[in-house]
Design a protein around this ligand. Structure first.
Ligand code: EPU
Length: 425
């Protein structure tokens, strides 16, 4: 691969910020929103709740003034886990939320118990009724909440629910991910009073109201990692723009350990692959450790490294479903509980494979770019959930990649109901 690729806005940041935007009785304009399927799903959910959401050249407009419906639709929420942020939105704004237990990538058990316990700490009553989480409170009250594990989703949902609660909320063992920090900066611009985001203790002073503002979403660090690993495995040399290097310190360290040369200049990253990648050991963990979302891509990259790599997944319990597919392409990977032992092979070969989840799909794509011959990735529409203009961007880097329309594209057309079409991308 050769050429330059610009990075889009962060999906995971955008999902949280879109829910936050609807907290305000006024209009926010969100810039740098990635035009991806998950973003469209969130836009549709917010519209169902009564928000006005539309896209134009300025960005994605969200006005939460008319949010009155406290029940989120099952057929949309089940598609992705980030949709559960509307629980924090509805509880924080209206004191009542009825949200289906969320779906999303099948990468582990992925409960929402930490979110629900947090809502209870704020004084809400929480019950599961017919598959829906029903949370109610007359008035939410600030609390001290020690999160069992530094969960990104629970931290974000608690920030959404508590920023207009009475008094002070202290989140301990909070997630430190850049997406949490982005959300805090945006909420503060709206008038919230949040301190400590980016550390493991976040203090939220409840305010009476929030206003809509203009805001630009941070770049997607996971997209950076994916393209860098694709360049590394293909013996490529690419320039990646719109990068925030400090969000990727560990992934960059690991790429360098594998022999990849990285040259950072402000927000531009030059990636030069070595003639031979070297094996290495990686362990995923909450930020600033190595991100679990790059575990799958890096395993793919290491299939062609010299030597044996050990990759340990500590965040999710089933994030190795793509490994069987990689084996079909000639990779030698042994799984021992949460650890993948990857013995480098000289060559991968193209094969029909199936994307099991978003980042697993990215891993197969990375392998396919380097494999000899053609690979057909089934269920490839899952990649649209989190990679903007994927085929265009890859083609721009010299990859030979083509999108074959499938049955699932029709499902999207069916969901283009009146009023939703304004956010159709
Ligand atoms: N967990 C629970 N109970 C909870 C919450 C989490 O047991 O109530 C467990 C999870 O099952 C997991 C661990 O705690 O084992 C960490 O989960 P976390 O809550 O941090 O993850 P998340 O909020 O569900 C977000 C991203 C994921 C990313 C993880 C980790 C969004 C919408 N999703 O998920 O992104 O992998 O943080 O960084 O922001 C992706 O983009 O492909 C993706 C899966």
């Amino acid at each position: 691969m050769r050429g330059t690729v610009p990075i889009s806005g962060s999906k995971n940041s955008a999902l949280a910020i879109m829910a936050a935007a609807a907290l305000a009785d006024g209009e926010s304009v969100l810039e740098n929103i990635p035009q991806e399927a998950d973003i469209r799903t969130m836009a549709w959910i917010l519209q169902e709740l009564g928000a006005r959401v539309w896209l134009d050249d300025e960005g994605l407009h969200i006005d939460g003034s008319a949010v009155r419906n406290t029940k989120a639709p099952y057929e949309l929420v089940r598609r992705m886990r980030g949709s559960f942020y509307v629980a924090g939105l509805l509880l924080g704004k209206l004191g009542r939320a009825e949200v289906p237990l969320p779906g999303g990538c099948a990468i582990g058990s992925r409960g929402v118990d930490f979110h629900l316990r947090g809502f209870e700490h704020l004084g809400a009553s929480v019950a599961i009724e017919h598959g829906f989480v029903v949370a109610r409170a007359k008035r939410l009250k600030g609390c001290k909440y020690l999160i069992n594990r530094a969960s990104v989703g629970a931290t974000i949902n608690m920030m959404l629910a508590s920023c207009m609660a009475e008094g002070v909320t202290v989140l301990q063992n909070a997630a430190r991910e850049p997406e949490v920090v982005d959300l805090a900066i945006y909420l503060n611009a709206m008038g919230a009073q949040i301190r400590g985001a980016g550390t493991d203790e976040i203090r939220i002073h409840g305010v009476d109201s929030l206003r809509g503002v203009r805001y630009s979403i941070i770049s997607d660090r996971l997209e950076v990692g994916t393209y860098a690993m694709a360049a590394a495995i293909t013996g490529g040399e690419i320039t990646i723009t719109h990068v925030v290097p400090e969000h990727l310190r560990l992934p960059f360290l690991k790429l360098e350990e594998a022999g990849v040369e990285l040259v950072i200049s402000d927000s531009t990253l030059l990636v030069k692959a070595p003639s031979q990648l070297q094996a290495l050991d990686v362990e995923t963990g909450p930020y600033p450790s190595f991100p679990t979302d790059l575990q799958q891509p890096i395993v793919s990259m290491l299939t062609l490294a010299e030597g044996t790599s050990v990759v340990r997944e500590t965040v999710f319990d089933h994030r190795f479903r793509y490994v069987d597919e990689l084996r079909r392409m000639g990779a030698e990977i042994k799984l021992e509980r949460e650890t993948a032992i990857v013995r480098g092979v000289p060559q991968l070969t193209g094969a029909p494979v199936e994307a099991p989840d978003l980042r697993g799909g990215a891993a197969l794509l990375i392998a396919a770019l380097a494999a000899e011959g053609e690979t057909e990735i089934r269920e490839a529409q899952i990649l649209d959930r989190g990679y903007e203009r994927l085929v265009d961007k890859l083609s721009g880097l010299g990859a030979q990649v083509e999108r074959i329309p499938g049955e699932d594209d029709e499902e999207e057309v069916l969901l283009e109901l009146p009023g939703r079409s304004a956010v159709n991308f």
